[in-house]
Design a protein around this ligand. Structure first.
Ligand SMILES: CSC[C@H]1O[C@H](OP(=O)(O)O)[C@H](O)[C@@H]1O
Ligand code: ADE
Length: 290
């Protein structure tokens, strides 16, 4: 059975991890369909890790098309306990410059069209989500960034990530509205992942890599893909260094997170009243509570 302790989801620009050794490509099937791509399981800093390109290795899936449930369930099937999500983001604050890294601690949901729960079909659960990322894992990621001292990269500990539907970027009115809410960064992918990871009792943290100033900044042109391609490439190199350092630190100091028992008091439906087909489908999440 192929196993990995740490999962890595690579976003725009990060389609592979060059430093992985003893690599196996695993086609994982889940009750929620196929993930975005094969999972690449390999050794990094002596630990087995599983890498998944969120949009597929050729970036063929839009944010609204991503199989979020399959992606998180596939990680769970491999035994992943810690999940690091690398993501390209626009900046909503002057001080968060392109190439900077933000480790957010909050999200605001502006998506319209995402399935963000494994529950339903005869079972109801409400996970606590006041602190949507695992503070311990976020701390390890932030410490890794601080320790690396990458040129032209400032670290921002904490901040709010607006998750919009896309695929079009925001209007200036929207961008300024999010700024008035005090948000730090904007992207299109991380909130459904964070919710599903919490339901799957996987500790989740975001490594947000700033590519642009969205469209609010008077001294910068509005974001276009063409404009951010160079930053995506530089960010991908930096992200791999941060992920490697994070994995090294995690392997040396593994921890138990509240996320690892998130379902303990979340399920309202008596488990003996849950339809058998639903119980089967969610077996991996429910087995420890049966
Ligand atoms: C490359 S511009 C928009 C695109 O980038 C972000 O992707 P990811 O979060 O997967 O790194 C953003 O969410 C959009 O999908
Ligand atoms: N400005 C932006 N808005 C939404 N997602 C992004 N990903 C990178 N830059 C972005």
């Amino acid at each position: 059975m192929i196993k990995a302790d740490i999962g890595i989801i690579g976003g725009s620009g990060l389609y592979k991890m060059d430093a992985l050794k003893d690599v196996e490509e695993v086609q994982v099937d889940t009750p929620f369909g196929a993930p975005s791509d094969a999972l690449i399981v390999g050794t990094l800093e002596g630990t087995r890790v599983a890498f998944l390109a969120r949009h597929g290795r050729n970036h063929h899936l839009m944010p609204s098309e991503l199989p979020f449930r399959a992606n998180i369930y596939a990680m769970k099937q491999l035994g992943v306990k810690y999940l690091i999500s690398a993501s390209a983001v626009g900046s909503l604050k002057e001080e968060a410059k392109p190439l900077d890294m933000v480790v957010p601690d909050q999200f605001i949901d502006r998506t319209k069209n995402r399935i963000s729960t494994f529950f339903g079909e005869g079972i109801v659960a409400h996970i606590a989500f006041g602190d949507p990322v695992c503070g311990q894992l976020a701390g390890v990621v932030a410490d890794a960034i601080a320790n690396l001292n990458l040129p032209d990269v400032n670290l921002h500990r904490g901040g709010t990530y607006i998750c919009m539907e896309g695929p079009a970027f925001s209007t200036k009115a929207e961008s300024n509205l999010y700024r008035s809410w005090g948000a730090t960064i904007i992207g299109m992918t991380n909130l459904p992942e964070a919710k599903l990871a919490r339901e799957a009792e996987i500790a989740y943290a975001t490594l947000a890599l700033v590519t642009d100033y969205d469209c609010w900044h008077p001294d910068h042109d509005s974001v276009t893909v063409d404009m951010i391609i160079g930053n995506l490439q530089r960010n991908a190199v930096n992200a791999q260094k941060v992920i490697q350092e994070t994995v090294r630190r995690l392997s040396e100091n593994p921890f138990t997170s509240d996320a690892h028992s998130a379902l303990e008091y979340a399920i309202l439906t008596p488990l003996d009243k849950v339809p058998a087909a639903t119980k089967d489908q969610l077996n991996l999440l429910l087995q420890k509570y049966l």
